[in-house]
Design a protein. Structure first.
Length: 801
């Protein structure tokens, strides 16, 4: 009974199935995510005219939906409704017959999965040409009709592939993040054909097709300027011209209007709109004397109203999505990625080459030139050649009594090593008694040995030079390798933040051309803004700093600015970086030695642009002009290397080798370097022959010292990197030996300096530097024995941290 009741209810309630009304099922089907897009497009494709009287898009749309998961019967209904709305009965019947034939021909292949797209396209070709051949047979054969049928079938065959890709694109739109070029192009073609289907659809005399075309041109000309506006006009004109007879006129009109719209985009949306209207008016008057309007003014006005209503954020999103879906955009990104990989590979090979060269030079410079047995034999031969060759006793000394003669020569060598030269008394008596040319022999030995010593010195010099070249090549290899590593790092461009910042700046009435936001290798934000000039007022900088800081949630400040203050039509570039947590200020006090004119001490300090601040002192050998030149060279090299991103170890070693190669004379200079991390408060100290540095804290004074020779003395120097932490209110006090040596005490200079620095209560770094220099000056009774330099750095946290 229960089963009978169920059957009775099902039979007597045909409007329900499983408790759900049939019309609700239909509504749910129509409201599916894919159908909301596909069905309206299908209706417009059914209406789209090709060459004035062909409606060939229904059959390929139907074929493309076969096996795609889209309800092809609904697609067929909507495309046929579109064709019916055109009033083309013959074309509608051909499409219906073609769909029927397509189903029949496709029955044997229903369960086959391979070659689906090609088979569907071929079946659609056959299905579309058969009804037309039958019609030609009934109406009478004409070559024109046959060619038209072949064109119709060829369009159907081609568009089946296009619509297949477009349907697949829509089905994956919510799942995939990357789409193929074929899918993107297919969607673009499908949308263009759907726009053709809007022809004839109007409301209050306003054509939807023309309004949409004008709106698209306005969007791109306003957003991207004259070039893109004109290109969009040409593309849109081509689409429109597919269903009209005035092809060149429409294409030219849209292109010219897009050009003028982009030309006036700096005046805002109204400027771009005015440019479009002017372009249409000029061409209308020029082409046909205003007898026929190319683009109706009321349709332009309707498009402009829509253009003005659309929020700027949506304009940015639409244009950005369309540009990024362009295969050229993807191809260009892939191209630059490949160029980057190629460049990195080349740089790594260069780095490897220089590394191998460095190893080769290092290997041949390892051995220090020392006298060998061969060198000593050569020395004996030279003496014998000069003195003994034409002597009557030569045969006796160097042949019959060879062993004794060699013993004498070796004893002479021992004397030469200890004394540097020999006299007659250094030679054994039995040799003196026998030798007839003893004076010539002594002089010749001394001369040959002097030449031998000079030769050894130069051999060692060459070895040192090779070692220096090896160090230079090693440093160059490391720099190239580091550069390759930096290039290979993927820069994380934050496109979502770029759009938000651009919208926020435009709300502040700042005309922005582009915004680039990325994270650098230290994880800090950097923002580059290209914007229209404010005429030199520079109030735009503070507005942009505040707006960007609010969006990123971090304090952003100007690092650099290219201001076109004298060019009203120019474009400025502003670079913002995260403001450092710590700030620094410096004080410097210096004095020449007594009766000196030029100080041999030099210094520098600068923000490196990567969140670090470095301070450096250099003391040249001696004093005066020569010492000044040495220290100035060291400081200049240090600045260049540090600005270029060289690490501290490579920088010091390169400077050391340059100083060694720079002069034949003894030439050296000290290097005292402090690098402060303005985000973390860490300080790295590098000392090469420099006196101690002092850190004055609120409750104590610390000493930072390292024992090493100055740069330019030895080819190999050992660096000791010392790390310390500083806090807000701490002082870093650096000085040269001209100051340090004047604080003498029995317990050491460090203790006396610590006590004096601890007793200074000033919080001004300049006053501290002045006080230390004054104390040193008093200690030498106003006659400094050496150049003096004191540099004080105060570190403190910025407010609000």
């Amino acid at each position: 009974m229960k089963s009978q009741t169920v059957e009775y209810r099902s039979a007597t309630n045909p409007s329900k199935h499983n408790g759900k009304p049939v019309f609700l099922k239909i509504v749910n089907m129509l409201l599916l995510k894919g159908n909301i897009i596909i069905l309206p497009v299908s209706f417009l494709l059914g209406r789209a005219l090709l060459a004035g009287n062909l409606l060939p898009f229904a059959i390929p749309a139907y074929a493309a939906c076969t096996g795609s998961g889209v309800n092809r019967n609904l697609v067929a209904v909507f495309t046929i409704l579109g064709m019916v709305s055109r009033g083309k009965a013959e074309q509608t019947l051909i499409a219906i017959a073609g769909m029927f034939i397509f189903n029949v021909v496709n029955i044997p292949f229903k369960n086959k999965k391979t070659g689906t797209t090609l088979r569907h396209a071929a079946t659609a070709f056959v299905s579309s040409i058969i009804p037309q051949l039958i019609l030609i047979f009934i109406q009478g054969f004409l070559l024109y009709d046959l060619l038209k049928a072949l064109l119709y079938a060829a369009v159907v065959f081609s568009l089946t592939f296009v619509f297949k890709n477009a349907v697949a694109f829509v089905n994956r739109a919510g799942k995939a993040k990357i789409f193929s070029n074929e899918g993107t192009i297919s969607v673009a073609i499908t949308i263009s054909l759907a726009v053709l289907g809007m022809d004839g659809i109007s409301l209050f005399g306003l054509g939807f097709k023309n309004i949409l075309c004008v709106l698209i041109i306005l969007l791109f000309s306003y957003k991207y300027g004259t070039g893109t506006g004109a290109a969009t006009g040409v593309t849109t004109g081509l689409i429109v011209s597919m269903s009209t007879a005035v092809t060149p006129l429409i294409i030219g009109s849209y292109a010219f209007c897009g050009l003028l719209g982009g030309l006036f985009r700096n005046l805002g949306k109204l400027g771009a709109s005015l440019g479009f209207i002017m372009g249409n008016a000029v061409l209308t008057l020029y082409m046909n004397g205003s007898t026929e309007v190319i683009i109706h003014l009321k349709e332009i006005v309707a498009a402009i109203i829509g253009f003005l209503i659309i929020p700027q954020r949506i304009v940015d999103d639409i244009c950005a999505s369309l540009i990024k879906s362009n295969p050229l955009y993807t191809d260009s990104k892939n191209y630059f990625a490949r160029v980057r990989e190629f460049t990195v590979d080349k740089l790594k090979k260069f780095s490897k080459t220089f590394e191998e060269l460095s190893k080769a030079f290092n290997e041949i410079s390892q051995t220090t030139a020392t006298p060998s047995k061969q060198d000593i034999s050569s020395l004996f031969d030279r003496v014998a050649d000069k003195v003994c060759r034409d002597c009557s006793l030569c045969l006796y000394c160097w042949d019959r009594n060879f062993y004794n003669t060699y013993q004498v020569m070796f004893k002479i060598i021992e004397r030469l090593d200890s004394k540097g030269r020999i006299e007659e008394e250094d030679i054994p008596q039995y040799f003196l008694d026998r030798c007839e040319r003893i004076n010539d022999f002594v002089d010749s030995v001394n001369n040959v040995y002097e030449i031998f010593k000079v030769d050894m010195v130069w051999k060692n010099k060459i070895g040192e030079s090779r070692n220096l070249v090896s160090q230079q090549l090693e440093g160059l290899s490391k720099v190239i390798s580091d550069l390759a590593s930096e290039i290979s790092i993927d820069v994380n461009f934050l496109e979502d933040l770029e759009s938000v910042i651009m919208s926020a700046l435009k709300k502040e009435n700042i005309k922005v051309d582009s915004v680039t936001v990325f994270e650098n290798k230290w994880g800090k934000y950097e923002v580059i803004i290209n914007h229209a000039t404010c005429g030199g007022k520079r109030d735009c900088i503070s507005k942009m700093e505040k707006a960007v800081s609010d969006i990123l949630g971090r304090k952003m400040i100007k690092q650099s600015s290219g201001c076109m203050r004298n060019d009203r039509n120019g474009s400025c570039v502003l670079k913002l970086i995260e403001e450092e947590i710590y700030r620094v200020t410096t004080g410097v006090a210096k004095m020449c030695k007594y009766n000196g004119v030029v100080s041999g001490d030099n210094y520098t300090f600068m923000n490196n642009g990567d969140g670090s601040f470095f301070v450096a002192l250099s003391d040249g050998m001696g004093s005066g002009q020569k010492a000044a030149m040495q220290s100035r060279t060291t400081i200049n090299l240090l600045e260049q290397f540090m600005e270029s991103g060289f690490d501290r170890d490579t920088t010091i070693r390169m400077i050391n080798s340059i100083l060694l190669l720079k002069s034949n004379d003894e030439s050296f200079s000290t290097v005292d370097l402090s690098v402060i991390d303005l985000y973390e408060g860490d300080v790295e100290f590098v000392k090469v022959g420099a006196v101690p540095t002092f850190i004055k804290r609120c409750d104590r004074v610390e000493v930072v010292k390292s024992a090493s020779l100055p740069a330019g003395i030895l080819s190999n120097i050992e660096l000791e990197l010392i790390h310390k932490k500083v806090g807000s209110g701490d002082f870093i006090i650096m000085m040269t030996d001209g100051v340090y040596d004047l604080f003498k005490s029995d317990e050491g200079n460090d203790k006396l300096l610590k006590e004096y620095i601890d007793g200074i209560k000033s919080l001004n770094p300049q006053q501290i530097a002045d006080r230390i220099l004054e104390k040193a000056y008093e200690s030498c009774e106003g006659k400094p024995p050496d150049d003096m330099l004191v540099l004080v750095v105060k570190v403190w946290k910025r407010a609000g941290v």
